[in-house]
Write a new protein. Structure first.
Length: 318
């Protein structure tokens, strides 16, 4: 019996997996609130933080006395990664014979198929992250507000509406809870559209020589590291109606993206991702559909690690 070659025996295609792992969707913003944390298992404890970093301890000791001890506990609730798989199809009719390699498909065509498959799967993750971040029940009473009427940022007429003051309130609520001010603002596209036109924003930027309130300029006005606009949309099954993923919400949060291994960092959320994923399995040819199929698998789960490190503004605009 003929021996399998290394390529035939290999379940995961390393070249195509590199394409999948290198894919980045520039229009998505969920990773700003839920930075990726690689984990080695599909289940474990959520990295959480307590108030230990902000307590005053008695550290004085007399000669011969025992040294005081402090116990830091970081194990929070459980997380469980979910496997998501989708196969991208590449019909032979759209291939160019001149590009076809020894496997029957070109790397260029394979990359296109994998990236489109990854984009579909990334949209699912973006929606899951947005649902977590914009669910009012995930926040304490002091860390959320619902605007209405004249307080909404779409009301330009009476001077009550004030995005800058509302976000400052959110930053202070976060500082009171975790000792650090919010450094990230994520807002839906509908919210950003009104914020750019808001009289109080326009009045503040007129001295900068800028005509448009860009996200970078808004970050300076709000006193945060970054402002991101969630432009992603999703459609119904019929493809006839489209909905904004981030709706009419604005989320202020403190996210620690530079030192994820610091288990005491009071970061709002994480996206746990199984190490080495996403993966692309060896493509296979289906004679019935006359297409190559590229199975892409992700194993991930976004979690809120510290709800007190976030502040939710609901119904920011009408």
């Amino acid at each position: 019996m003929a021996q399998l070659t290394g390529a035939q025996a290999r379940i995961v295609d390393p070249v195509l997996t590199q394409i999948a792992q290198g894919f980045k969707q520039s229009g998505f913003v969920g990773s700003a609130l839920f930075p990726t944390v690689p984990v080695g298992m599909r289940a474990g404890k959520i990295i959480t933080f307590g108030r230990e970093d902000f307590m005053l301890y008695s550290t004085a000791r007399a000669p011969g006395e025992k040294t005081g001890r402090v116990q830091f506990g970081y194990a929070g609730g459980n997380f469980a990664l979910v496997d998501y798989s989708l196969e991208g199809g590449l019909p032979i009719e759209i291939q160019q014979e001149a590009q076809a390699g020894n496997n029957g498909f070109s790397i260029d065509a394979a990359a296109m198929t994998i990236m489109k498959t990854q984009a579909a799967m990334a949209l699912r993750l973006e929606k899951a992250q947005a649902d977590l971040a914009t669910t009012a029940g995930n926040y304490q009473a002091a860390n959320k507000v619902t605007l209405s009427g004249t307080s909404q940022w779409s009301d330009f007429t009476n001077g009550v509406s004030d995005p800058i003051a509302a976000i400052e309130t959110g930053k202070e609520a976060i500082r009171a809870a975790v000792g650090k001010r919010g450094n990230t603002v994520v807002m839906g596209a509908a919210v950003a559209s009104k914020v750019r036109q808001h009289p109080k924003i326009v009045d503040r930027i007129k001295y900068t020589g800028r005509d448009v309130a860009t996200p970078e300029l808004l970050a300076n006005l709000f006193g945060v590291d970054r402002v991101l606009v969630g432009d992603a949309i999703y459609s119904n099954d019929a493809g006839t109606a489209f909905t904004d993923v981030w709706g009419k919400f604005c989320v202020v949060a403190y996210t620690e993206t530079a030192s994820v291994p610091d288990m005491g960092a009071p970061s709002f959320g994480y996206t746990y991702n199984l190490g080495g994923y996403p993966i692309v399995e060896q493509p296979y040819f289906d004679r019935n559909s006359k297409s190559w199929y590229f199975p892409v698998t992700r194993a991930e789960a976004p979690v809120i690690a510290g709800a007190n490190a976030g502040y939710l503004i609901s119904a920011a605009v009408a």
